[in-house]
Design a protein around this ligand. Structure first.
Ligand code: FAD
Length: 186
């Protein structure tokens, strides 16, 4: 993967972006919004362009080289920043585990904390396209925080809305506690 420090990263992407590539608000490919496959394709194009000295990224590299002695292009490593899928899986794990540990009868403060957390989460989620859709979902389907099962089921339905959007099978929400709290019944 191309892993240029912020100050050395090309200010412009290669002219031809892979189809469907989601850009960040600064116009660069968004790591947290794309799959590793499409990000790697873009990175490969950038790497070739830098090596051959041809293409828009090459000019940027030349400019970077004028101010820095090395441009670090490490080979693919396992410890890479997360793509949209790795980020999503880890995040769902955190959210469903919060639901699994949420009290059956939460205090007013616990309910208020959870509401605040989910509201802030929906604005800070690093995949901005995901975040925008999730905010819309939260506007449409009011969050339920009055107990573990209520929140766990609301979250399961929210996750299913994303599953449906991505063409994935929906999860049976009567089983969310088995998946995330008690373990599967034998
Ligand atoms: P995941 O969907 O990550 O699920 C992880 C595990 O949760 C599954 O293996 C299953 O055991 C369990 N599970 C599945 N469904 C449910 C459910 N309904 N309730 C309880 N448990 C369940 N990706 C995009 O490409 N575009 C988006 O717009 C997008 N929006 C997202 C919004 C949010 C808030 C989050 C957290 C993630 C979003 N993602 C999005 C990522 C996407 O949802 C997946 O996480 C990612 O595609 C990896 O999917 P996966 O098949 O590994 O399983």
């Amino acid at each position: 993967a191309v892993d240029l420090p912020e100050s050395q990263s090309p200010p412009v992407a290669p002219a031809k972006l892979p189809p469907g590539m989601i850009l960040d608000k600064d116009g660069k490919p968004c790591r947290s919004c794309n799959s590793k496959a499409s990000f790697s394709q873009w990175a490969q194009q950038t790497r070739s362009s830098l090596k051959s000295g041809v293409g828009p990224a090459a000019g940027a590299a030349a400019a970077a080289a004028a101010t820095a002695t090395t441009v670090n292009l490490p080979q693919a490593a396992n410890d890479c920043p997360p793509d949209v899928e790795a980020l999503g899986r880890s995040t769902w794990t955190l959210l469903h585990t919060i639901a699994a540990n949420y009290p059956k009868s939460p205090s007013y403060k616990e309910q208020s904390d959870l509401k605040t957390f989910m509201g802030v989460f929906s604005r800070l989620y690093p995949c901005w396209v995901c975040a925008e859709d999730f905010q819309k979902y939260m506007e449409k389907e009011q969050i339920r925080v009055d107990g573990r099962n209520e929140f766990g089921t609301w979250l399961c339905e929210a996750h299913n809305a994303v599953n449906t959007k991505l063409g994935k099978p929906v999860f049976d929400c009567s089983k969310w506690e088995e998946r995330w709290r008690t373990g599967w019944k034998d």
